[in-house]
Design a protein around this ligand. Structure first.
Ligand code: 5GP
Length: 116
């Protein structure tokens, strides 16, 4: 994808396409995954369009910490009291398909290990 083209997640942030948004603040947004892999499957996304984790830089440390604390907050809000899985797919071999950094929250069922 070209760097000048908005990702699908930027379009959600800009309300250009619909999503089931469950949380938003000045730095991040969280919405339900359109193709859920668990009873609860939410994506936590920075508003800053960092393409992937390996593109994050030291100056992004506050944002990166904020994203993890947002995961905690959103998981609590979703009632995931017995735990949940967090996933960040990075790059083609990491299984990433949308090149706008996001953290998956998967819960509502026991998770297997190792992941596929
Ligand atoms: P990745 O494979 O990049 O780690 O995860 C991308 C995720 O985004 C997938 O789980 C996919 O179902 C989800 N996704 C892709 N397009 C959309 C969309 O338009 N809306 C929502 N809510 N989720 C999407």
């Amino acid at each position: 994808m070209s760097q000048t083209q908005d990702s699908i997640f930027t379009k959600i942030i800009k309300r250009e396409i619909p999503a089931d948004i469950v949380y938003e603040d000045e730095l991040a947004i969280a919405f339900k995954d359109v193709n859920p892999q668990a009873p609860i499957h939410i994506l936590v996304v920075p508003k800053q369009p960092i393409a992937k984790l390996s593109d994050a830089e030291s100056q992004d440390h506050r944002l990166m910490g904020h994203l993890l604390l947002t995961v905690k907050r959103v998981a609590e809000q979703a009632g995931l009291v017995n735990g949940y899985r967090t996933v960040i797919n990075t790059g083609p071999e990491g299984g990433q398909t949308v090149f706008h950094l996001h953290i998956h929250i998967l819960g509502g069922r026991p998770m297997g290990w190792p992941p596929g």
